[in-house]
Design a protein around this ligand. Structure first.
Ligand SMILES: Nc1ncnc2c1ncn2[C@@H]1O[C@H](COP(=O)(O)OP(=O)(O)OP(=O)(O)O)[C@@H](O)[C@H]1O
Ligand SMILES: Cc1cn([C@H]2C[C@H](O)[C@@H](COP(=O)(O)O)O2)c(=O)[nH]c1=O
Length: 213
């Protein structure tokens, strides 16, 4: 049986993640892999309920972080770990880097507490003595003003999408910090390019790991 692969997609709202996730799933399926497409917060019935609360209801930063991690724990145990154990590829639209970027960077919540929660929530039997992390995180790096222009008028903004540009500048800095701390896991993609160029960069990141030809 092949080993499971866990790939997360990250970036500020409107950076272009969803545009490329289906294409990567198709490329991996063409390479003979079974792909599970999922997202955070969400991915299970319980986590989708928590998503609706997190994206719509005002709450203090600790409550928000706990809701994100509660949703993640359920998602990890119900969907991600079983898929990896079967040898599938999991493509996840956001994971814990989003908590460090949005709750840590955007809201200014304590990064050490987030680190403790990460350790508690992502400690799973399949990673003996360790914490489950994506094998690869594709970070779509885009200036907040460009992302805001792309999203303008596209949909009714949720609680996060309604935040001002300064919030997204802090979120972007949060992603940059995570990338600097764990460079081997990250592929930073300059997302301020035409869609086909961004796609080629996504494809190259996955090819360089030998997961597609
Ligand atoms: N390279 C690009 N150039 C111009 N527009 C783009 C590009 N990539 C995506 N877009 C457009 O930008 C908008 C946001 O893209 P997308 O929904 O993929 O972002 P996202 O990162 O998934 O956002 P969110 O996290 O808020 O769901 C869409 O209208 C999409 O068509
Ligand atoms: C996982 C996670 C997400 N968020 C925020 C980021 C986005 O604004 C929304 C999710 O919406 P999307 O359209 O699915 O991208 O939730 C967060 O603040 N913290 C997290 O851990």
């Amino acid at each position: 049986m092949r080993q499971g692969i866990f790939i997360s997609f990250e970036g500020i709202d409107g950076a272009g993640k969803s545009t490329h996730i289906d294409a990567l799933a198709a490329a991996l399926r063409a390479a003979g892999r079974t792909v599970v497409l999922t997202r955070e917060p969400g991915g299970t019935p319980l986590a989708e309920k928590l998503r609706a609360l997190a994206l719509n209801d005002p709450m203090d930063p600790l409550t928000e972080a706990l809701v994100m991690f509660a949703a993640r724990r359920d998602h990890l145990l119900q969907v991600i770990e079983p898929a990896l154990a079967r040898g599938d590829v999991v493509l996840c639209d956001r994971f814990t880097d989003a908590t460090f970027a949005y709750q840590g960077g955007g809201r200014g919540f304590d990064l050490q507490v987030l680190g403790e929660l990460e350790r508690w929530v992502q400690t799973v039997p399949a990673v003996p003595g360790g914490v489950r992390q994506p094998d690869l995180t594709i970070w779509f790096d885009l200036a907040p003003e460009v992302a805001a222009r792309r999203l303008a008028g596209a949909r009714v903004p949720d609680k996060f999408e309604s935040q001002p540009a300064e919030f997204f500048a802090r979120v972007a800095a949060g992603y940059a910090r995570r990338c600097a701390e764990q460079p081997a896991r990250f592929a930073r993609i300059d997302a301020d390019r035409p869609r086909d160029e961004v796609w080629r960069a996504v494809e190259a990141a996955v090819k360089s790991r030998g997961w597609i030809a």
